[in-house]
Each structure stands twice: as structure tokens, then as C-alpha cells.
Design a protein around this ligand. Structure first.
Ligand code: EPU
Length: 350
């Protein structure tokens, strides 16, 4: 395993922000992690784990040693009457892995097609779209503990999945706290794809596709194709227009808070949750504050979906992390002033 120096990170983050890694190690298997721990120069160095770079904002050069996860492999590990269990290396491109599963006859992740990033990043933020969250199709994962040098396996409960959240997003703050941020490197993920397969088509966009095509019994491949079309129409392709997907989480409020907002803004988009709280559409809140299509420097609010911030400078004159964060703060302030709601960013700010 070679540690490279002064590595440009622009190709490795979906915003296309210019920054460098002082040092970067490409991790292609567990042995690379073992070797890193055995090397006195790197064993205690601070580290930053980089997957697909699709959920980060780089605000400067990265000083901690960047571990770029490139662990590959896709295979069916179990075919039981109740489920297919498929294992994927953390460095596999998420969308390619989903496509491979659907094509190979292991359906279940088709609603999550075209989400940018890698397999290893998927559990970190419990990716979700169109009625399916990663935790609904999760079996277990393998990770490497950089502190102890041991590999371990976690099931869904141990991952503590929440909305765009997991144990991998939290830093351990005490002896009883199991936060794994900065400590664990996810190496392989196993998906549990239940049999018999059932289509998840409850989302309005998918219902529309069924009407349009008069296909009311879609196959997994049909849903995969529809999801790709829906996302392409609504969300920018980061290879063309840099972005990090939804920039803010959808906030939840109490029914009382929601009633108060409805009294002032009857059109507000809101969804009741199972726990009695109400989820609001952050994109709608931002849109209502007039941000769609606006820019601060080279950071812009996407014209077709206000929840997505984009790089308007391309690769030649790219947005800086500072510009993205200035725009994000301005949006947060105006949403707070109008609705009294604090939006929480989704990407990790580095
Ligand atoms: N809306 C507006 N204006 C906008 C954007 C949205 O009025 O500019 C309204 C829409 O009309 C809709 C509602 O807000 O009524 C929700 O919008 P949408 O259905 O597009 O979904 P979202 O809440 O914006 C979430 C996820 C996406 C995921 C989609 C589909 C979050 C933060 N985002 O977006 O995930 O693809 O649902 O399931 O939960 C991501 O996390 O990066 C991401 C793209």
C-alpha cells in the first residue's frame, strides 16, 4: 500500500470543489488497513474516510490522512426461501451495484437507483428514496476498527439507523457511547432482499409512471428505469452540474408547530409520521423563501429542486466550500426568519 502526497480531490467530490489531500491511501482490501496500522508513520495519524465524495463539502485542504475506499466485489452469498443475501465491497459504485442486482435477478434496491456515491457510504447516512431506505434492505456489514486493528460485523440494530443517520455519523463521547465516526472503516455490506419480491410504488411520481405507461404490475427492472427517469428529470447529474444531492434534511415539527405554520402558509407540504410528528418538505420551505435559481458567488440553488445546491462554476472556475456554506447559512437564516425552523445540513462539512 502506497501513501500518495498532495493529491487533488476535485475528481473525488461530487461538488467538484478544488482541494488537496496532504496524504491519501487507496484501500483495496482489509490487508491495506492492517498494513496502515503496522506503519509507525501512520498508525496514530488522524484519518478521514472518503467513499464516493457525494455527500461532503470540502472547505479547504484535508490534513488528516485520506483513506480512499476502493474495495470491490459483488456476489450472492445466500439464496434461501425467504431472501437473497448479496454482498458488495464498500468501494463499489452504488448505482452500478443496484443495476447489477436487478439485472442478475436479485431485486429489492431498485427504488434507490441512481443515488450517487459508493456502497460503503450508503449505511453511513442510511440513504433513502421513493419509499425505501437502506435499513429496509440491510442484512449486516463488515468494518475495520482503526483503533484496535480488528474486523467486526454489525447487524441493523447495531448500526442504529435513523433518518439519514447511523452510528457511523456519531463521534464517541463517553464509555457507553458507541459512536464510530473516524474510527471504523466499512469494508463490505450485505443486503437482505426479501422473497417474494414486492414492488414499492406508493410514491406519487411512481403512481404517475404507472398511469402514463398503463403498466400497473411493473417489474423491478421497470421500476429501476422509472426511478432513473424521475431522478434525471428532477435532480442534476453531478458529472454535469456539481452537487451533493439534498443539501438539507427534511425537518420534523410537532402537530402544534405545524398547525401554526399552516395558519400562515396553508400550502405548506407536510407528511404525518408514525410517531405523531410531522415532516415538512425542506425543498418547499426554501422555495417559498424565493431561493430557487438564486446564487451566491458560484454556489447556486438548483432551478428544478430548491433542496439541491449546485456548483455553477464547473471544473474551470469551481465553487468553493466557503461559497457553498455562505449560501447554506443564508438559506437557513431566511427559513428560520419566515418559519421558525432550523434546517440541518445533510452533507458532512470537512
Ligand atoms: N418542493 C417544492 N419546491 C422545491 C422542491 C420540493 O415545492 O423546490 C416540494 C415538492 O413539490 C414535494 C415536496 O417538496 O411536494 C418534496 O419534494 P420531493 O418529492 O422532490 O422530495 P424531497 O423531500 O425534496 C427526499 C429526499 C431525496 C429523495 C426524495 C425522493 C431528503 C433530504 N431528500 O427529497 O433524497 O431522492 O425524497 O424520495 O430526505 C438526498 O438525500 O440526497 C436525496 C436526493
Amino acid at each position: 500500500m502506497i501513501v500518495e502526497s498532495n493529491v487533488p480531490l476535485q475528481p473525488y467530490n461530487s461538488f467538484g470543489i478544488v482541494a488537496r489531500a496532504q496524504h491519501l491511501a487507496r484501500i483495496t482490501d482489509e490487508a491495506d488497513l492492517v498494513a496502515l496500522r503496522a506503519d509507525p508513520q501512520w498508525r496514530d495519524a488522524p484519518r478521514f474516510v472518503l467513499g464516493g465524495g457525494s455527500n461532503i463539502v470540502l472547505t479547504g485542504d484535508v490534513k488528516p490522512l485520506v483513506l480512499k475506499i476502493e474495495i470491490k466485489g459483488l456476489r450472492l452469498v445466500e439464496d434461501s426461501p425467504r431472501a437473497w443475501i448479496v454482498e458488495a465491497g464498500a468501494g463499489e459504485i452504488w448505482h452500478d451495484a443496484v443495476e447489477w442486482m436487478v439485472r442478475s435477478g436479485y431485486p429489492g434496491l431498485e427504488n434507490l437507483a441512481l443515488i450517487p456515491g459508493t456502497v460503503g457510504g450508503a449505511p453511513v447516512q442510511n440513504i433513502g428514496a421513493y419509499g425505501v431506505e437502506l435499513q429496509d434492505r440491510f442484512d449486516s456489514l463488515d468494518a475495520f476498527d482503526l483503533e484496535t486493528g480488528r474486523s467486526f460485523t454489525l447487524d441493523a440494530a447495531q448500526c442504529a439507523f435513523g433518518y439519514r443517520d447511523s452510528v457511523f455519523k456519531h463521534v464517541r463521547s463517553g464509555p457507553n457511547d458507541f459512536g464510530l465516526s473516524g474510527r471504523a472503516v466499512i469494508t463490505r455490506v450485505r443486503f437482505r432482499l426479501p422473497k417474494p419480491w414486492k414492488a414499492v410504488v406508493g410514491y406519487l411520481d411512481l403512481e404517475r409512471k404507472m398511469e402514463e405507461t398503463a403498466n400497473f404490475t411493473p417489474s423491478a427492472q421497470d421500476i429501476f428505469d422509472w426511478i432513473c427517469a424521475i431522478r434525471r428529470a428532477k435532480l442534476p447529474d453531478w458529472r454535469v452540474l456539481g452537487n451533493a444531492g439534498s443539501f438539507f434534511k427534511n425537518p420534523t415539527v410537532t402537530p402544534e408547530q405545524c398547525a401554526d405554520i399552516i395558519a400562515r402558509d396553508p400550502k405548506i407540504v407536510h407528511y404525518p409520521m408514525d410517531d405523531g410528528s410531522i415532516k415538512l418538505a425542506a425543498g418547499w420551505l426554501i422555495d417559498a423563501c424565493g431561493w430557487k435559481g438564486k446564487s451566491v458567488g458560484n454556489a447556486g440553488v438548483y432551478e428544478r429542486q430548491a433542496l439541491v445546491l449546485v456548483n455553477r462554476g464547473g471544473t474551470e472556475n469551481p465553487v468553493t466550500g466557503g461559497e457553498v456554506m455562505t449560501l447554506a447559512k443564508a438559506i437557513q437564516t431566511s427559513v428560520y426568519e419566515r418559519f421558525g425552523i432550523r434546517l440541518e445540513p445533510e452533507p458532512v462539512v470537512v
